[in-house]
Design a protein around this ligand. Structure first.
Ligand SMILES: *Cc1c(COP(=O)(O)O)cnc(C)c1O
Length: 374
């Protein structure tokens, strides 16, 4: 059994994927071009935004978004404490200081109440300039934008949605990657919409920001002349081959994969909800189920369960084993566990189970049986 079965997906989509790859090779046009533009247009239309700017990976997408806003030294950027490192690292590399926000243990997403407390604290301290909030759509569920957006607005902060895991989710029909003034996603193979290597994208409705992002992903070039460099940028593009792989995968994603993962999540929840803390999806929210993560009683029970599953060849993962405030890279910030009790709790008790659109009900039965057996 696979944690995320990319081979099963490839077997279904092989003719289209192989033909797409061959076409790119036959054309010898490996950088950008029509295939990338077609993908950008389709993704923008799907999430309901004017522009999609693809780039090298989800981390670069976050960095490009922060660069276009000029965020750097002396600026504070608020993000969830319980997320992949890139949500914070992308700002740190530009010199900004991440301010970690504790999570809501029900959804694993940023707690809006804790966000407001942290914003007020940073303003009161007066050392950093609060600039932006990066809510993360963790495990596929959009962050609580109903409550986060008004807080950001009240304090004059920009919102950058980290939709690396959220692509395909929605809130009352409004799609993930449409909630931030800028939104980003990742096409890392294991993400809800993954390619066969690295890839990412930024979404915006602003024509000028779109033009600058296209420039920033290519060494700050002018639109007409590649050797006329207007500002310091990155070299971060989505390979044409990856775009060709993403086109048929995106079609399958929209047509049935997103429904399929929601069905799998239901199978899990039906079988497990009386015995474990199963993931809560807020009313009106729809998840793309990047992960299906349960909470066990404590760290000991979690670690024992993971060992037991492993003994039965059932893969499971610990997303995430520590909060960002506990990372060595951020130890100079000197942050105490007591400020992040929910993150610390989640890191000790979480266990992510196999999740992908090609998982069968019989396999979910088998996994749940293993989880429930004494
Ligand atoms: C995967 C991920 C990223 C980074 O994406 P890459 O394509 O791996 O650079 C950023 N944020 C979150 C929440 C992620 O899960």
């Amino acid at each position: 059994m696979q944690f995320r079965d990319l081979k099963a997906q490839y077997q279904v989509l092989k003719p289209e994927i192989d033909a797409g790859i061959q076409k790119v090779i036959d054309s010898s046009a490996f950088i950008l071009g029509k295939t990338v533009m077609e993908l950008e247009e389709k993704l923008a239309a799907y999430v309901g935004r004017k522009h999609c700017i693809t780039c090298g990976n989800g981390t670069d997408a976050l960095q490009l978004a922060l660069m276009v806003w000029g965020i750097g030294f002396g600026d504070a950027v608020f993000t969830s404490d319980f997320t992949y490192f890139a949500s914070a690292g992308a700002g740190s590399i530009l010199g900004a200081t991440p301010i970690f926000v504790d999570i809501d243990l029900n959804t694993f997403n940023m707690d809006p109440v804790a966000l407001e407390v942290q914003i007020k604290r940073v303003f009161a301290e007066g050392k950093l300039t609060p600039k932006a909030v990066i809510p993360v759509d963790l495990f596929g569920q959009p962050a609580d934008y109903d409550r986060i957006l008004p807080i950001a607005e009240k304090f004059g902060l920009k919102v950058l949605e980290d939709g690396a895991q959220g692509f395909g989710g929605n809130i009352r029909g409004k799609k993930a990657c449409s909630f931030g003034e800028l939104s980003t996603t990742s096409f890392f193979p294991a993400k809800p919409l993954g390619c066969y290597g690295d890839g990412g994208a930024v979404f915006t409705d602003d024509d000028e920001i779109d033009a600058r992002l296209r420039s920033l992903r290519a060494q700050g070039k002018s639109p007409l002349d590649k050797y006329d460099n207007r500002e310091i940028g990155m070299n971060s593009r989505l390979d044409t081959l990856q775009a060709a792989i993403l086109l048929p995968k995106f079609k399958a994603f929209v047509e049935y994969e997103i429904d399929a993962v929601n069905r799998v999540a239901e199978w899990y929840t039906d079988r497990l909800k009386d015995y474990f803390v199963t993931p809560a999806v807020l009313d009106g929210f729809y998840s793309s189920w990047a992960q299906y993560t349960i909470l066990l009683h404590d760290k000991e029970a979690r670690d024992a369960m993971q060992r037991k599953l492993k003994g039965k060849s059932i893969p499971s993962m610990i997303y995430y084993p520590r909060g960002l405030h506990q990372q060595e890279a951020y130890k100079e910030l000197g942050l105490e566990d007591s400020l992040y009790t929910n993150t610390v709790e989640a890191a000790m008790r979480c266990l992510s189970l196999p999740m992908h659109p090609y998982l069968k009900e019989a396999e979910v039965d088998m996994i749940c049986k293993a989880l429930l057996e004494r």
